[in-house]
Design a binder for this molecule. Structure first.
Ligand code: IFM
Length: 453
């Protein structure tokens, strides 16, 4: 029997809406040295003392690499129609140059396994696991040569997988790569230098443009996009200094990326604010970055609050929060989508990540994760609201299929709709997964087909 809440929600989405779950390679695969995989900056970063809250790494993670078909069977049992995964660059080019056939073969098996089960693959080429060689021998993403190498890697994958994979995302969350990795140093590679971080953000965007060209040269029918982490940024108060800081931070997180990708230039007010820390683009870089996008991926979790005293605060005082301390605010999700729709000429949007970490308790073999289920439900209503108001959202992917390695938090935060026992590696679908499965069933039978806005 369908939960009536799932039935009501299903009615709000068009029948061709894409429903899926998302993961990333380093967070679930494990098998860090299997079949010729080379080291990545995350392997190196996890070895640096004090960087990961529980001292762990992705060396074993969920061991998805060795449990591939069981995990795909699990997805099929849940009735998941689409799967967003990332490809580990160090499996494909362990030292950044020669192709490792065993690495390609793993993703061949993954893609074939998905298609055999009727699940559509959505591939992301870069979800933060840069082959170590680029960081060791150059400046990693601070080096323009890395951007060129990324385009070669993208072209290889489009040629090898593009007969079966139709959707390619170049980068996942380049703001995170640049800001957390090269400015704050809390993510790999652990660099702390603002000007470097801004050059990194530029080189990532440039590499996106080059990669888009390489993918299309290899496969004309490929859909190419990029995924950004976006949040509305509210001023801490209505004091002018707070409003100014919130506007600046919106410039750094939202407009920096969207103006570059959609308009081919960086916002003037942000360039002025950055002064001599601003990147130094080549003459044609703006046009190279602004390649036509077939889609834009939006990852949304929470709003942010910035002011003159404190910046980037992930929750308003007294607001409900997840286990990450991130505010639960579906209204901000709708607000963000409407704002993007108002301010830019957008390609179709996909919600490529949305979900919540909560502490789960396994009781008699079951996990009653009502807060996570409610989070998903309320955020899906928020997406439906944006659809109602004319925003062209084509799909939604829950973050995440499995509990996994949550970067600097190690295994201490659980985002999965499927529980993973890190001792036995046993998978147990949580109540949220069973509810999502019900929703997917309801969508098949009851969602009306709606005309696109
Ligand atoms: O786990 C991450 C993911 O890798 C990128 N987006 C945010 C998620 C939750 O922090």
């Amino acid at each position: 029997m369908t939960d009536s809440r799932a039935g009501t929600l299903a009615q709000r989405f068009p029948r061709d809406f894409v429903w899926g779950v998302a993961t990333s390679a380093y967070q679930i695969e494990g098998a860090a040295t299997a079949d010729g995989r080379g080291p990545s900056i995350w392997d190196d970063f996890c070895r640096m003392p004090g960087m990961i809250a529980d001292g762990s790494s992705g060396e074993r993670a969920c061991d998805h690499y060795h449990r591939l078909s069981a995990d795909l069977d699990l997805m099929r049992r849940l009735g998941i129609p689409a799967y967003r995964f990332s490809i580990a660059w160090p499996r494909i080019q362990p030292e950044g140059v020669a192709v490792n056939e065993a690495g390609v073969a793993f993703y061949d098996r993954l893609v074939d396994g998905l298609l055999e089960r009727g699940i559509t693959p959505y591939a992301t080429l870069y979800h933060w696991d840069l082959p170590s060689r680029f960081q060791r021998d150059g400046g990693g993403w601070a080096d323009r040569a890395t951007a060129q190498a990324f385009a070669d890697y993208a072209g290889i994958l489009a040629a090898r997988l593009g007969d079966r994979v139709k959707s390619f995302t170049t980068h996942n969350e380049p703001w995170v790569t640049a800001t957390l990795g090269y400015e704050r140093g809390v993510f790999a590679p652990g660099v702390r230098h603002r000007a470097t971080a801004l050059q990194v953000s530029h080189n990532c965007l440039l590499s996106h443009g080059w990669a888009a060209q390489a993918i299309r040269a290899a496969r004309q029918d490929a859909q190419v996009g990029i995924v950004l982490n976006l949040s509305p940024i509210h001023p801490a108060s209505d004091a002018p200094q707070d409003e100014m800081q919130a506007r600046r931070d919106d410039g750094l997180l939202v407009r920096w990326y969207l103006d570059a990708l959609l308009l081919g230039r960086y916002p003037d007010d942000v360039l002025e604010y950055l002064g001599c820390d601003a990147p130094r683009p080549g003459a044609d870089d703006g046009a190279l970055i602004a390649q036509p996008l077939d889609f834009l991926g939006v990852n949304f979790y929470h709003p942010l609050i910035s002011g003159a005293q404190r910046r980037w605060v992930p929750a308003r005082e007294g607001a409900p929060v997840t286990d990450m301390g991130w505010e639960v605010s579906p209204r901000d999700f709708t607000g963000l989508l409407l704002r993007l729709h108002r301010d830019y000429r957008l390609p179709p949007l996909y919600i490529t990540e949305n979900g919540a970490a909560y502490e789960d308790r396994l009781v008699d073999g079951e996990i009653e994760d009502e807060p996570r289920r409610a989070y998903l439900e309320s955020h899906l209503h928020a997406v439906a609201e944006a659809l109602d108001q004319g925003v062209d959202v084509r799909g939604y992917f829950v973050w995440s299929l499995l509990d996994n390695f949550e970067w600097a938090f190690g295994y201490s935060k659980r985002f999965g709709i499927v529980h993973v026992d890190y001792t036995t590696l046993e998978r147990t679908p949580k109540r949220s997964a069973l509810w999502y499965a019900q929703l997917l069933r309801a969508c098949k039978t009851s969602a009306p087909v709606r005309a696109r806005a």
